[in-house]
Design a protein around this ligand. Structure first.
Ligand code: NAP
Length: 246
């Protein structure tokens, strides 16, 4: 019998793709959301179905747009039914600019995707979890939401707000056996971060007492722990190689 299904936003590549694969490996059907990585998302879905024998489908939606998320929710229910078990709010973008040099539409876009995306998905998908009296919501924030990070003020604001939001909804949803937690990673090697060049990676390694940077597999392990725990809620765990301690 199916364990139910999971929705992962921004799952066509990088961290989101690894999280979607982990969910497939654990026996969930998976809806892979993407906004532009159409071909990669199809490849991720195909590999999950082939490797783990679950159903994996893709859906294009920009998470900051409530109506598009609503269409995605309706598609999920048509495709998989109402047994929605896991929501992973992974989609995220950032600017790299001094705050006073940003145009309002630039910071609105970061807040839109990173924060409103999370709010929109929770608002539309969690009612399915409430109906069945069970669910797991995991939001991918960042160490940038726990401390300052230069040239990323809008991103810090969005990521810090995701953490505050999660604590609040964990209080609201506990009565329905729904847990809400955050993974706030430090530097994780992905296609995107590799493009930032070897100097950045070397700098982060030098700040780690372990001399390491994180991988998408470390994120998948953190996800697995949180979705399989009945007692973790309202928490933030931070796979960051010891670069930041709180
Ligand atoms: P990435 O490689 O830049 O990928 C970003 C993902 O977000 C892509 O799948 C992208 O989908 C999706 N996305 C962007 N705008 C979207 C929108 N409007 N609607 C739906 N999806 C959208 O990023 P990543 O490194 O994997 O990061 C994933 C998450 O981890 C983000 O929330 C990020 O803030 C967080 N994080 C990453 C690191 C790190 O070191 N990598 C560190 C801390 C936190 P498309 O390709 O389809 O557009």
């Amino acid at each position: 019998m199916s364990k139910g299904y999971a929705v992962v936003t921004g799952a066509g590549r990088s961290i989101g793709a690894a999280l979607a694969r982990q969910l497939g490996k654990e026996g969930y059907d998976v809806l892979i959301n993407y906004s532009s990585s159409s071909q990669k998302a199809e490849e991720v879905a195909q590999s999950i179905s082939q490797d783990f024998g679950v159903k994996a489908v893709t859906f294009k939606a920009s998470v900051e747009d409530y109506n598009q998320v609503k269409e995605m929710r309706d598609f999920a229910v048509e495709t998989f039914g109402e047994k929605m078990v896991v929501l992973v709010n992974n989609a995220g973008i950032m600017n790299r600019k001094k705050f006073v040099d940003m145009e309002p539409d630039e910071y609105a876009r970061v807040i839109g995707v990173d924060l409103f995306g999370t709010l929109n998905c929770c608002n539309l998908f969690v009612p399915l979890m409430i109906k069945q009296n069970f669910g797991r919501v995991i939001t991918i924030a960042s160490t940038a939401g726990l401390r300052g990070s230069i040239d990323q003020s809008d991103y810090c604001a969005a990521k810090g707000a995701q953490i505050a939001f999660t604590r609040a909804v964990a209080l609201e949803w506990g009565q329905y056996n729904i847990t809400a937690n955050v993974i706030a990673p430090g530097f994780i090697m992905t296609e995107g971060t590799a493009e930032l060049g070897p100097q950045l990676e070397a700098r982060i390694r030098s700040q780690s007492p372990l001399g390491q940077v994180g991988s998408v597999d470390d994120m998948a392990q953190a996800l697995s722990y949180l979705i399989n725990s009945d007692i973790m809620t309202g928490q933030t765990i931070s796979p960051n190689c010891g670069v930041f301690m709180f």
